[in-house]
Design a protein around this ligand. Structure first.
Ligand SMILES: [Zn+2]
Ligand SMILES: [Zn+2]
Ligand SMILES: [Zn+2]
Length: 103
């Protein structure tokens, strides 16, 4: 991924802070903190599903859905949390729970 310059990051931050649906579909948002607009976002140690901001320590879910491959982002309202497994629910309906056809 290309490194973001601060101006671009700021514009994306301003936009997605107000329009959170769509964050999951924007690759650049993996490296922008929605709390402090920092681009110092790194993988969270010990949790492959999360990223963490080095500036403000805000951690958020962002990972690939194991069922369909789409990006899941905990900041996106279309990826709500699952009360059972604690992961986020993909737009395809999958989360960390075992999938059952009967559901
Ligand atoms: Zn931050
Ligand atoms: Zn999915
Ligand atoms: Zn679940």
């Amino acid at each position: 991924m290309e490194t973001l310059d601060r101006a671009t990051a700021k514009l994306l931050y301003e936009h997605y802070r107000k329009h959170r649906d769509g964050i999951r579909n924007k690759p650049e948002m993996a490296s922008i903190c929605l709390i402090c607009a920092s681009i110092q976002v790194i993988p969270k140690v010990g949790d492959p599903h999360m990223l963490v901001c080095r500036n403000c320590n805000f951690a958020f879910y962002r990972y690939e859905c194991s069922a369909c491959g789409a990006t899941v982002d905990g900041r996106d309202p279309l990826n709500p949390g699952c009360a059972v497994c604690g992961l986020r629910v993909c737009t395809c309906g999958a989360c960390g729970c075992p999938t059952e056809d009967s559901l």
